[in-house]
Design a protein around this ligand. Structure first.
Ligand code: NAD
Length: 473
């Protein structure tokens, strides 16, 4: 493979690939080789303004449901054709093992996309409440700002419900993994969407992202990323009273109550924590275990972790590739070093270099993690699991709820009713009960500092609708 095979010099605005207003570019680095593999344009505020104007022109508040359905179906068909190529690009740009790129990174977005088609098919756009006719209308022009960890999924979770609702979009991908998003936008172009319905602008978050959040002619800002940047986006959007949806960080707890099937809970929990190299916002990064079964659990964790092969993301046997970027790699190593200093006990992995080239981190487990330490509180976004013992279920609940986040989690117990009763008390947006499986149509989103609003399925679709009441005579 040659360098710079992924050079992109144009933005997608008003149905055309057009030169950006300035000549700046952003390097895209393969985290497995540390080589620059391509560039995308470093757009400017002027590019955002042109894209928002195109999106505004394309917005028709009276667009029919049939037209939306046709657009959505065409997009899903065009996207599906490009998934094999997009999977390879994702592995190249952010290091996800190819097996993960071909499954979770691309098939889950397809399932999510179909979930929006189902939501649209079943949706009642008007209802009577007394003498009022309540109608649901497309929200308007949407700014969609996305991160690098699941580059296609994050974009699909915003752009597809926007199309289903009849909104128009200005999309900004991450700087770390923008190339797969350019390929997704090529699929939108193949689908023959009318000009301006979806526009793509790449560039620095501090320039492009801030303009998209603050732009006076944007109606809704949908952001996924870190809690810190989400707060800034919310602040900028709030000044113009825009609707905001924020999907932010997490520090989710996998709570294994006394009487649970410990072996299954540990095996599934380790798999969840290390999925995509731990770069998953909903990862269960804290494993809460009863003190009475603590040493048994640690033995099971060590045995499970030993199966997580780290290495070349193109090897189908690899389960963990490199961290997605140098910045992320250094952040993860910093957490590992601080955890040891804070008195946590290293059970597996550690900070040692495991390859000369590439941002590889060994799957790492710490036991005896103090709930209020950095590792017990902060999102690492790498393959680092914190195991925390508890004395009884009251203490388990206190620890589970004892972070600023509330995105995801799991509860395992002797029976489902006990697990559900516990889960009802956890301040978090989504919980798996005794191994209940992922549902791409179920609402997903955060309590507390994990965010505002919900994505996926009918709930995610409804975020893109405005509500109007007509009082009938
Ligand atoms: P990030 O917050 O640094 O960046 C996210 C996006 O915002 C990128 O496109 C970035 O360019 C842009 N951005 C940066 N500064 C900006 C600014 N000042 N104004 C507007 N936009 C700006 O996050 P990241 O490092 O790309 O992603 C990792 C984080 O995302 C993690 O904290 C993770 O938990 C979170 N995340 C959350 C979810 C979720 O659904 N809740 C999903 C994936 C990732």
């Amino acid at each position: 493979m040659t360098n710079h095979e992924y050079d992109r010099t144009t933005l997608y605005i008003d149905g055309q690939w057009v030169a950006p207003a300035a000549t700046g570019t952003i390097d895209v680095v393969d985290p497995a080789t540390e080589e620059v593999i391509g560039h995308v344009p470093g757009g400017t505020e002027a590019d955002v303004d042109v894209a928002v104007a195109a999106a505004r022109r394309a917005f028709d508040p009276l667009i029919g449901v049939d037209e939306r359905r046709q657009r959505l179906d065409a997009v899903i068909t065009a996207m599906e054709k490009r998934l094999p190529q997009i999977a390879e690009t994702i592995t190249r740009e952010m290091g996800a093992p190819i097996r993960i790129s071909q499954t979770v990174q691309t098939q889950v977005p397809l399932a999510v996309a179909r979930g929006f088609a189902d939501a649209l098919a079943d949706f009642e756009f008007s209802e009577r409440i007394g003498n009022s006719l309540v109608v649901r209308e497309p929200y308007g022009v949407v700014s969609a700002i996305t991160p690098w960890n699941y580059p296609l999924y994050q974009v699909v979770a915003k752009v597809l419900p926007a199309i289903a609702a009849g909104c128009t979009v200005v999309l900004k991908p991450s700087n770390e993994a923008p190339l797969s998003v350019f390929e997704f936008v090529e699929a939108l172009d193949d689908a023959g969407l009318p000009p301006g319905v979806v526009n793509l602008v790449s560039g620095p978050g501090s320039v492009i992202g801030e303009r998209m959040a603050a732009h006076p002619d944007v109606d809704f800002v949908s952001f996924t990323g870190s809690t810190e940047v989400g707060a800034r986006v919310g602040e900028l959007a709030g000044r113009n009273i825009k609707k905001v949806a924020l999907e932010l960080g997490g520090k989710s707890a996998n709570v294994i109550l006394d009487g649970a099937d410990l072996a299954t809970a540990v095996r599934v929990g380790v798999g969840n924590a290390f999925l995509n190299g731990g770069q998953t916002c909903m990862a269960w990064t804290r494993m809460l275990v009863p003190l009475s079964r603590y040493s048994e659990a640690l033995d099971l964790v060590a045995a499970a972790v030993a199966k997580y092969t780290v290495g070349d993301p193109w090897d189908p046997a690899t389960r963990i590739g490199p961290s997605a970027s140098q910045r992320q790699f250094e952040t993860v190593l910093g957490f590992i070093e601080r955890a040891s200093r804070d008195g946590a006990r290293l059970v597996a992995g550690g900070p040692e270099k495991i390859r000369d080239t590439g941002y590889y981190v060994a799957p790492t487990v710490f036991a005896d993690v103090l709930p209020d330490s950095d590792l017990g509180q902060e999102e690492v976004f790498g393959p680092v699991l914190a195991v925390i013992p508890f004395r009884d279920s009251d203490e388990a609940l206190e620890i589970a709820n004892g972070t600023p986040y509330g995105l995801s989690g799991a509860v395992w117990a002797a029976d489902d009713d006990t697990a559900i009763a516990f889960a009802r008390q956890v301040q978090t947006g989504q919980l798996d009960i005794n191994g209940g499986k992922y549902n791409p149509a179920a609402p997903f989103g955060g309590y507390k500092k994990s965010g505002v609003g919900r994505e996926l399925g009918r709930f995610g679709f409804e975020e893109y609708l405005q509500t109007k009441s007509l009082q009938l005579p």
